[in-house]
Design a protein around this ligand. Sequence first.
Ligand code: PMP
Length: 397
Amino acid sequence: GDMFGSLKALPADPILGLLAKYRDDANPQKIDLGVGVYKDEAGHTAILDCVKKAEKYRHDNEDTKVYIGPTGSPLFNDEMSKLIFGNHKVLIENRARTVSTPGGTGALRVAAEFIKSCKAGATIWVSNPTWANHTGLFEAAGLTVKTYPYYDYENKTLDFDGMLAALKEVSSDDAVLLHACCHNPSGMDLTNEQWQQVAEVAKTVGFLPVVDMAYQGFGDGLDEDAYGLRLIADSVEEMIVCSSCSKNFGLYRERIGATTIIGSSANAADIANSVLLSVVRCIYSMPPAHGAALVETILNSDELRHQWYGELKEMRDRINGNRQLIVDKLIENGVTRDFSFITRQKGMFSFLGITPEQVQQLQDEYSIYMVGSSRMSIAGIANSNVDYLAQSIAKVL
Ligand code: PMP
């Protein structure tokens, strides 16, 4: 047969290409600001100590690898729903149903297939810009993707008026994707007052809010980062939250996340849950168990949970510290352009706001790697490289 003969090669993921170039670069001063994973001062993505301890515990205590079922681990799901919602009424009213998923990506795909079950060809609105994979995975699930204004590149801030105006015009049977915190790629988050306004529009218009929370605890704190989605849950009957344990537990390759569906009543949530389980069965049948086992072990132990809070805070403080550090160093190196917006943004990324030519020049002449949009991964900055980074930026400006 020649089924594959009709295929045309697709371009490689630009970030993976960047990573390969970085690896091959012999310059000892090279800096990777491309890939979106947390790194410590030494540029290493270490396994959290609480995870190491949980792994030891699992190793000593697990006695079966039998199937876990499409829901995944009920204990993990319960702990995740509390992490997301705290003591919110949606839990007290028994309106939340959570399934463990293969990472945040799996959570989003499950959500997309679930939305398709509600309405074939439904439209989902995503921010402009958004995480590159959002569009592809929603379209792959058969949804129509449209964008609402979000980042104002010119003024390096949120185009909140544009966003709100667009959300007022969406249809009541559309879905709207919102980033809970640490917006990828802009780092620009909504203020509490802006969340309040979005919650009001969600209620008036009646669209389905779908919240992607891939960085809970990386912005201002675990509860602070969930403030907006909890506010929305105050005022709407139905919503979906997709969360990831990749960043905040450093479990990237274990592939663990969760999809949480909020129904208008306990009974509606049960019906939605039955559809959710059927969606899971038809994609991957059951989620991987190991990452969930680690997370539930940590969250269930007072000692490990507190250790995790500390390790999470350390990652958060380092990222926020790096934001101030690079802005200070740019000033120190005579840069007069205002980069203070970087300190007002949150999470792993900011757009430096330089031209694609300048991005290329940083790469070719200074071995500094970021994606063409000038999105830089803040965790790649360290005390050991920040002077060189600031000097190099100063030279290409
Ligand atoms: N959503 C956003 C906004 C992300 O940035 C990412 C990961 N970079 C994900 C979802 C998916 O995360 P995971 O690796 O857990 O699939």
